[in-house]
Ligand binder design. Structure first.
Ligand code: SD4
Length: 350
């Protein structure tokens, strides 16, 4: 009886939820934990390249490179493993699990995360670009070349890497504008006019949508009541190289605690990570809030400071009651439990 196990995931990532369900609903054995199911589910999304924003071949950065952010959390032990801006390895969530299982650390970054993952047996170096990611980047560069994530500087050329330089103005050198200048091969030279200071900030808002700024965040409760959560993403499309989003940040993109429940998040990670919305959701539920109220509260805390932010969370308590809340877009999350025949997708309006 009962509804356990339960799998919940951001977005209609049905195949990922089914993959997790296969693992967690299998009878007996050690391979059926909530952690294993989250890894199987997120891994399926990496292989399927869910929405072109998870796994190899997904959303490129300003330089056209695809990198991975991933996190796994065991809500029984509160152990976490995560990788950020990892290059040249296709398996984000597996790398995160290796960090959790085989190190005393929580988060490894960049090429050092790559080296670690390869030393632990993952395949690499691998090319994380695909015809789609290169195509997306080429079109962005040729047609728009909007450096979406800069503010308070004027991109003089475009499409990094940049040098910050002082541009002499009528004022003193000290108050001269900081300008970003490409260090090599101007492709879109002249697109940006001086005094265009707000343009990068405004255009940034435009690029956050379901198909270019997306994440799988998943939570699983297994038959024994163990709870795990995890995340895998390429991060934000055309991010500044080196940027780490909310994906690998504990409490931001995901959080789990057997005593309470779990949470997963998606959206504008640069904003959301300032609020640790998933930690907030779990702590609110710990103090007695229903999942719906906890999810809404976490979203509203962000929206009060950033009325234009785009994001969403799902919350699930240890009884299996779940809910979602969103802001700036319509959110969908997927659920599979023992009382369902297959994955159900739930739509949440702002
Ligand atoms: C990030 N949160 O890196 C990720 C991207 C995303 O839905 O979720 N989008 O900002």
């Amino acid at each position: 009886g009962g509804i356990f196990p339960v799998v919940v995931s951001t977005w209609p990532f049905r195949e990922a939820v089914r993959a997790a369900w296969e693992v967690v609903s299998a009878s007996g054995g050690a391979g059926c934990s909530a952690v294993d199911a989250v890894v199987a589910g997120c891994s399926a999304c990496e292989v399927l390249r869910c929405d072109g924003t998870v796994g190899p071949g997904g959303s490129p950065d300003e330089n056209g490179e695809t990198t991975l952010d991933a996190l796994i959390m065991d809500g029984t032990t509160m152990e976490i493993g995560a990788v950020a801006a990892m290059r040249y390895v296709k398996d984000g969530i597996r790398a995160a699990k290796l960090v959790m299982d085989h190190t005393e650390h929580t988060l490894l970054v960049g090429e050092k995360a790559t080296s670690f993952a390869i030393s632990m047996g993952l395949v690499g170096p691998a090319d994380l670009s695909s015809p789609e990611s290169i195509g997306k980047w080429t079109i962005w560069r040729q047609n728009h070349c909007q450096p979406n994530f800069w503010k308070n500087v004027v991109p003089a050329g475009s499409c990094g890497p940049y040098n910050a330089i002082d541009v002499p103005s009528g004022e003193s050198k000290a108050s001269a504008k900081r300008v970003l200048e490409r260090t090599q091969g101007d492709i879109c030279q002249g697109l940006f006019e001086p005094n265009n200071l707000l343009e990068p900030m405004n255009s940034r808002l435009k690029i956050v949508n379901r198909h270019n700024h997306d994440t799988i965040s998943m939570a699983v409760i297994d038959k024994m009541g163990r709870i795990a959560a995890g995340t895998s993403t390429n991060g934000a499309t055309f991010k500044i190289p080196g940027r780490v989003g909310d994906g690998p940040i504990p409490g931001s993109s995901a959080y789990a605690d057997d005593e309470v429940g779990a949470c997963g998040a998606t959206g504008d990670g640069d904003i959301m990570m300032r609020f640790l919305p998933c930690y907030q959701v779990v702590e609110s539920m710990r103090r007695g809030m229903e999942p719906r109220d906890a999810a809404m509260d976490a979203i509203l805390r962000i929206a009060r400071k950033y009325p234009d932010f785009v994001g969403a969370v799902f919350a699930i308590n240890k009884k299996g009651v779940h809910a979602g809340a969103c802001h700036g877009w319509t959110f969908q999350y997927s659920v599979r439990n023992s009382s369902m025949q297959d994955v159900e997708v739930i739509t949440v309006s702002p």
